[in-house]
Design a protein around this ligand. Structure first.
Ligand SMILES: Cc1ncc(COP(=O)(O)O)c(C=O)c1O
Length: 382
């Protein structure tokens, strides 16, 4: 039997092939590869999808995080709070600005930033007195929005800004409010494996404040002023290609259906996986974009289970094998005397396992993967 893809981009392409081919040829024929009309059309369509605000396309999700930090003049001496359990880009952008990432532990059920530990770490930064708390970057990990109601209340109390890392969360919601627009600014990624992915790199910043939108638009194009060769601020070159925008416009038209299909896959796993396995939790009122379906298994059984699945042609991945506070480069940025411990992250890193998740997963494949996981665990436990 052929191996099961972890994310089936081929099935998605085949389902959309005529529209995608037409879109690609249109862009090639028009030759407006940079700043073509599809970019503006996509920005408007994305803003309509999230229910307001302004969307600014850029080159990737990492730049989408960088641009608001640049606009807020985050730099040396600033503390930026990031979850310890996330992809490195969340903290990398902070260090690149010369600011200091302060790692916050995660909730053991949702894997998202813990509001209690956030408050503790902010107090600790004040106590040490070396850095100024400036921004918190909650991540919508695995597609589930972070606890924005609680995080925003803490941010308000300490007067810090909130940047939503919705790289994995685009399509998610909290009580009907769409991910990306849940904070002072939001960043998303169109990396191919993301819920809404393009055919290369791409990203977008989402904001409600028109002034901030204007600054970010200028910053993504070398700090451009009212004309192309007037530069009013420090900027970068971070544009979304017209080709990628054209592809995303086609994909966005089926995205709501794909999100529903992802809910069905998640429900199927929830029903079919045995009770020995800790399944993902979606709090009341939350809607996950299901970028990943991530379970927890006993640490001592995990590598055996991965091998068992691999032999049966089923890939299973570990996101993430280490917390960022454990990473060689990042672990001492806050200073040796700073208690950076994040025990829930360390435990999760030993136990998590992500299973194939995409909208084109058939019921048959879902049943096969689930019974292989159940069997593999039982065999390992014997
Ligand atoms: C949580 C998180 N933040 C940021 C990024 C960066 O996105 P990109 O790869 O588009 O730069 C990613 C994607 O890999 C991510 O998963």
């Amino acid at each position: 039997m052929d191996p099961t893809p972890f994310i089936d981009l081929k099935a998605q392409f085949l389902a959309l092939r005529p529209q995608i081919e037409k879109a690609l040829v249109n862009v090639a024929a028009a030759t407006q590869f940079i700043g073509g009309p599809e970019v503006g059309q996509l920005e408007k369509a994305l803003a309509a999808f999230v229910g307001g605000g302004e969307v600014i396309g850029c080159a990737n999700g990492t730049d989408a995080l960088t641009l608001p930090l640049l606009a807020w003049e985050v730099g040396p001496g600033d503390a930026v709070f990031c979850p310890s359990f996330t992809f490195v880009a969340t903290a990398e952008v902070v260090a690149l600005r010369g600011a200091t990432p302060i790692f916050v532990d995660v909730d053991p059920q949702t894997y998202n930033l813990s509001p209690e530990d956030l408050e503790r770490k902010i107090q600790l930064v004040f106590k040490k007195g070396r850095l100024k708390p400036k921004v918190v970057i909650p991540v919508d990990l695995f597609g589930l929005p972070a606890d924005f109601p609680a995080i925003k209340a803490i941010a308000k109390k300490f007067d810090i800004l909130v940047l939503e890392d919705a790289a994995q969360g685009f399509g998610g919601e909290i009580f009907g409010q769409k991910a990306g627009l849940l904070a002072d600014a939001g960043a998303t990624s169109f990396f191919p494996a993301k819920p809404l992915g393009c055919y290369g790199d791409g990203g977008a910043v989402l904001v409600r404040d028109p002034h901030l939108a204007e600054v970010i638009r200028s910053s993504r194009s070398h700090g451009q002023g009212s004309s192309k060769y007037e530069h009013v601020r420090l900027g970068v070159n971070s544009r979304l290609d017209t080709l990628q925008a054209a592809i995303l416009l086609e994909k966005l038209s089926v995205f709501p259906n794909e999100l529903e299909a992802r809910q069905k896959v998640a429900q199927g796993y929830n029903e079919l996986l045995s009770d020995q396995i800790i399944k993902p939790v979606v709090p009341e009122g939350y809607y996950s974009a299901w970028a990943q379906y991530t379970v927890r298994v006993p640490a001592q059984l995990r590598s055996g289970l991965i091998q068992y699945l691999k032999e049966a042609g089923v890939p299973a991945n570990i996101y993430y094998p280490l917390g960022l506070h454990q990473q060689p480069y990042y672990k001492q940025l806050a200073g040796k005397d700073f208690d950076a411990s994040c025990p829930e992250t360390e435990k999760a890193a030993l136990e998590v396992l992500s299973l194939p998740m995409h909208p084109y997963l058939s019921d048959e494949t879902l049943a096969r993967i689930s019974s292989l996981v159940n069997q593999g665990l039982e065999l390992g436990a014997k």
